[in-house]
Design a protein around this ligand. Structure first.
Ligand code: PEP
Ligand code: MG
Length: 837
């Protein structure tokens, strides 16, 4: 018998029997038999019944391969008829026997004969009169007497369950949960263990860990007949399992059964290698085990359970690693909406940055800052965010934007700041002026109203939802340590500030794979400085602005190197899409004019002059560096001076400098010549020598195609898949959100390519780039640093393409470490890395 032939429930019951647990007599029908039943070919029902004695009383339960695929509901008390009713009345009392019979008549009529439940207008009491009335109604509705032979009853129950499984609705429902079209159903026919009797009797479930935390804890419920449970299983309420001052417990009422259940919990851990929830009945003091299922668990509980099982030697570490889906880790790293609490979703969009936060709605950055000054948590809601909103984002605990996609401004910044964020929200009418938003169902929310952003699901909930704190305790650390022992591809973090770097270290990244230096100027007091550089009209003005930038950059880099303590740090030279730094509205221009002490008209004119129709494809990256070489020169100097500084009190730092948005070899040659000159100058001035590595970001299709010649000048190539996706598709990162969900919904794209790497198209460019680069320079180090870097599918791709490492935002580092470990366990690596991981 296997799960694939008889279903999970049947297989589990077989195991419980083998463990000598008192499982009532059970007959399991395989998928093939049930399929035949659905076609009208019944098995030998009499032979089945013969197993259960003269007066069988049975349950029939579904047993699908995966319990999540659902199945028809169990039918209890099959075999109940006039004769057994009389016998049972003597054994368990008239009232209980009446209730059981009535219950079966109703279940059979409704689920097998498909009679409308409304037809049964029965008296309140469950007695003989009610039974007679139910039998009468049955006769009226079906023109036949209620079947009295167990054989007829069982045959009809089996047929109805088998057919229900093969019905179209049931099939579609389970296919939506991942079941194959031909998924089979097994059926389990089991002796009823009633949980009714003279001495202590009742029914319950017990488990030995908490489903939310995974901590050891006895939980469940027990309904005792002696404590008010009636024969229909409805009672005054569950009573406690363990000894409790609030009332009698299972431990008091049936201490021996309780002890045995605890032993069974241990047995399940040892032999089934799982935390199981056990369903049981007690019949006059005798324990029966009806079923056991894997304990339902949150992600944090799943990890805690896997680590505990491995630490106790029940499963190997490798299996613990394979039991946790990498994505599930995200839930542990952030606050999370407690799945046990109520949720009132008012908005849905793209889940752009994980975590959950509750706060009052604000519609402007100023309001956000004012709220922060009052120590009030706020959620910033905008059409989209622009540079002016950085301060507001810093002051908020969560961000919601109407427009935008996975790599829009709001999404990238929120991920960097670790703020939960939902973008591209549908059905939202937003009026910042009236300080009001209206959601799809017509409800209105004003500034100051409390909402919760659920960045894990991409929803905004009305009110303050219950939140769970991050779970980065011992179990998490142990688990990640095991993952690191197994994986064979490097994992670095995209980290822009010393605070990010600290986060990267907390999550044990092996270095920084991308420091977006322009992001170092997103802090409110620094934005103006960066703007001055962009704004400078003429060489002297720019030189003056750069002179002020130099010490800040030097200090930033020194702090980064020190935080990373000898781990590699890859610094990308400025790549500021101009619209992310220029003010977007009049208010912003006014503020800028004030900060730069310029007339508003001058600012407006200059902004207009610098504005680009397509800023994402405009004066960015190396184009800025070639046009205004003094900008990159300043950065190179800051990096080298910081290198000397940080090497003074630690191991020598070897910085990695990366040139963004390259499309031609000549760009690299020019920047390289300048950087070399700066290095030589700094060495001469300081009388100190140092090494560095110069590399190129491959993020335009042309750079990928010409990687062979670009590699001549690069010690490493890092594939920027955000831009590469944008440019391969000809699809602006900032505008993708406008139609992406529609595209995915209609199946034009299987997934948002900014979210899941497009292996066919963008992937081919990566492979071409990697192959051509290694033809020129076999030892060239290859990596990926776009937003895709952290997900399992991209990591698999990078391993096969021979990449050395991937780099992703700090909070995704644990996800990437686990995904990489699982790949190492399940798929031999095809492409060999060159770097020493
Ligand atoms: C990229 O384009 O993939 C990348 C990492 O750089 P950015 O997102 O800063 O453009
Ligand atoms: Mg880029």
């Amino acid at each position: 018998m296997s799960t694939g032939t008889h279903g999970g429930r049947a297989k589990c019951l077989q195991r419980l029997v083998r463990l000598d647990m008192p499982v009532p007599l059970t007959v399991a029908l395989p998928f093939t038999t049930v399929h035949q039943i659905a076609q009208g070919n019944l098995p030998d029902v009499d032979a089945i019944l013969a197993e259960f004695g003269e007066y069988p009383l049975l349950t029939v339960r579904p047993s699908s391969e995966d319990p999540d695929w659902g199945g028809p509901g169990a039918i209890l008390n099959v075999g109940m008829n006039d004769a057994l009713h009389g016998l049972l009345a003597e054994r368990i009392g008239q009232e209980a026997a009446d209730a059981l019979y009535l219950r079966f008549i109703l279940a059979y009529a409704i689920h097998v004969e498909r009679i409308d439940p409304e037809a049964f207008d029965l008296p309140e009491s469950y007695d003989r009169a009610a039974i007679d009335r139910a039998l009468e109604i049955y006769l009226e509705e079906t023109d036949t007497d209620f079947p009295q032979t167990p054989a007829k009853q069982l045959a009809e129950v089996l047929k109805s369950m088998a057919r229900a499984w093969e019905g179209t609705t049931a099939r579609l429902l389970r296919q939506a949960k991942g079941a194959p079209a031909d998924a089979g159903l097994g059926l389990v026919v089991q002796d009823m263990a009633l949980g009714l009797g003279a001495a202590e009797s009742g029914a319950g479930v017990i488990q030995f860990v908490d489903s939310t935390t995974g901590e050891p804890q006895i939980t469940g419920r027990y309904l005792s007949q002696s404590q008010g449970r009636d024969a229909l299983g409805q009672g005054a309420g569950a009573i406690y399992l363990t000894r409790d001052a609030r009332g009698p417990s299972l431990e008091d009422l049936a201490p021996a059964c309780f002890e045995t259940l605890l032993d069974y919990g241990v047995l399940c851990r040892k032999r089934l290698r799982e935390e199981m929830q056990i369903e049981f009945t007690i019949e006059s003091g005798t324990l029966h085990i009806l079923d056991a299922v894997r304990v339902q668990r949150s992600s944090r509980a799943a990890l805690r359970i896997a680590v505990a099982l491995a630490e106790d030697g029940m499963i190997p570490k490798e299996e613990a690693i394979l039991r946790i889906a990498p994505r599930a880790l995200t839930e542990l790293l952030h606050r999370q909406v407690d799945p046990r609490g109520p949720r009132d979703a008012i908005l849905r969009g793209i889940a752009a940055s994980p975590g959950a936060a509750t706060g009052r709605i604000v519609f402007t950055s100023n309001a956000a800052q004012a709220a922060a000054a009052r120590d009030e948590n706020c959620i910033l809601v905008r059409h989209e965010t622009s540079p002016e909103d950085i301060r507001g984002m810093h002051a908020s605990v969560g961000v919601v934007t109407e427009r935008g996609g996975m790599t829009s401004h709001a999404a990238v910044i929120a991920r960097g700041l670790g703020l939960p964020c939902v973008v591209g929200v549908q059905g939202l009418t937003l009026s910042s002026r009236r300080k009001e938003l209206i959601v799809a169902d017509g409800r209105r929310f004003s500034e100051g109203d409390v909402v919760t952003v659920d960045g894990a699901t991409g929803e905004v909930l009305a009110g303050a939802a219950d939140l769970l704190e991050p779970a980065l305790g011992d179990a998490f650390q142990t688990f990640m340590g095991w993952a690191d022992q197994l994986r064979d591809i490097g994992i670095r973090a995209n980290a822009d500030t010393p605070a990010d770097a600290l986060m990267a270290r907390t999550f044990m990244a092996q270095g920084i794979g991308l420091c977006r230096t322009e992001h170092m100027f997103f802090e409110e007091d620094r934005l103006t400085l960066m703007r001055e550089v962009i704004f400078a009209n003429g060489v002297p003005a720019r030189a003056a602005a750069l002179e002020r930038l130099l010490p800040l950059q030097r200090a930033d880099f020194t702090a980064l190197f020190r935080t990373m303590q000898g781990l590699p740090v890859c610094i990308r030279l400025f790549d500021p899409p101009l619209h992310e730094f220029l003010p977007g509205d009049r208010e912003g221009m006014r503020e800028m004019a004030e900060a730069m002490d310029l007339p508003l008209a001058d600012v407006a004119r200059r902004v207009e002059l610098l504005s680009e129709v397509n800023p994402m494809l405009g004066m960015r990256g190396v184009r800025l560096g070639v046009t205004f070489p003094e900008i990159y020169d300043m950065q190179a100097r800051a990096i080298f001076e910081a290198t000397i500084e940080a090497s003074r009190d630690g191991d020598p730092v070897v910085p990695e400098i990366m040139i963004p948005l390259v499309s031609a070899k000549r760009e690299v040659e020019m920047v390289r010549a300048n950087v070399e000159a700066v290095a030589a100058a700094v060495r001469a001035e300081r009388g100190v020598s140092f090494d560095y590595k110069l590399g190129v970001m491959v993020e335009t299709p042309r750079a990928a195609l010409r990687a062979d010649e670009i590699a001549q000048h690069a010690a490493f190539l890092s594939f920027g898949t955000n831009d590469l996706t944008q440019m391969t598709y000809g699809l602006s990162r900032d505008d993708a959100g406008r139609f992406m969900s529609e595209y995915v919904r209609q199946g034009v794209f299987a997934e948002d390519p900014f979210h899941v790497l497009d292996f066919d198209g963008v992937g081919e460019l990566l492979t071409i780039g990697a192959t051509r680069a290694r033809q020129t320079r076999p030892e060239i180090v290859l990596s990926m640093c776009g937003e895709h870097g952290g997900n399992a599918e991209s990591i698999a791709f990078c391993r096969d393409a021979g990449f050395d490492y991937v780099s992703c935002s700090p909070f995704r580092v644990p996800v990437a470490r686990l995904a990489a470990a699982q790949l190492a366990l399940t798929q031999p690596r095809r492409g060999a890395p060159v770097a020493n991981l």
